[in-house]
Write a protein that binds this ligand. Structure first.
Ligand SMILES: [Zn+2]
Length: 219
């Protein structure tokens, strides 16, 4: 039988143990940062949300407003749609300008979606048709879906062309263009717009970059 030796830990050993623990923790975070699923991330003041940059389950944006209760120069598919106040205000300015240009008939169909709601959407969708909970931009309260009443193909309407020409002037980008699915991870969604602010939207409009490219890094 082996005798147990009682050894006293000297201060040097304790420091070594602590240093190893710190190194392991740092390594784990480092690996998570580069290869794992990253959590909420702002770059500058822009929040990037996609499959590899997910929001926490309890992430709820500040200052959500119900669009139905605000002045709105657009139609609403339901009285429950919410967005952040900043996004709503920019969007109202945009659709008001569209109206002034005789461009009418926009119907907003979706806005803020909670993590829990996205879980339901994901569970009810065919594989690959909906984003995982936490990976949907709708959880930011800064993205909305819009269409018009003319059946199929919003992308073939003058309302769509107007948005493509002017959305950036109000701080919006078309988030999932047709030719960028390999970068965004999402196939063409002519109906989905995201608020990023006028400066960023204008630069992206000029360069043709999507948000992942604009923000750089390993997006
Ligand atoms: Zn959408």
């Amino acid at each position: 039988m082996a005798k147990k030796k009682k050894r006293r830990q000297g201060p040097g050993q304790r420091i070594l143990v602590a240093a190893v623990a710190v190194a392991l923790l740092a390594g784990a975070f480092g690996l998570g940062w580069h290869f794992g699923v990253e959590s909420t991330r702002f770059r500058g003041n822009i929040l990037l949300v996609n499959e590899s940059h997910r929001l926490e389950a309890d992430y709820v944006p500040d200052e959500l407003v119900n669009l139905y209760q605000q002045r709105h120069s657009f139609r609403l598919a339901s009285s429950e749609i919410m967005l952040t106040r900043q996004t709503y205000e920019a969007m109202e300015r945009m659709f008001h300008a569209a109206e002034e240009a005789d461009m009418n008939g926009y119907i907003v169909t979706s806005g803020y979606r909670s993590y829990q709601r996205q879980q339901e959407v994901y569970a009810q969708s065919e594989p690959g048709k909906a984003q995982q909970p936490g990976a949907s931009e709708h959880q930011t309260g800064m993205a909305f879906d819009v269409t018009v009443e003319t059946g199929d193909g919003f992308e073939n309407t003058p309302q769509y062309s107007w948005l493509m020409a002017h959305a950036h002037e109000y701080g919006f980008i078309q988030r999932y263009p047709a030719n960028k699915a390999d970068i965004t991870g999402i196939s063409y969604e002519p109906w989905h717009y995201r608020y990023v602010g006028v400066d960023a939207a204008t630069r992206m409009h000029q360069t043709g970059q999507v948000l992942e490219e604009f923000l750089g890094g390993n997006g």
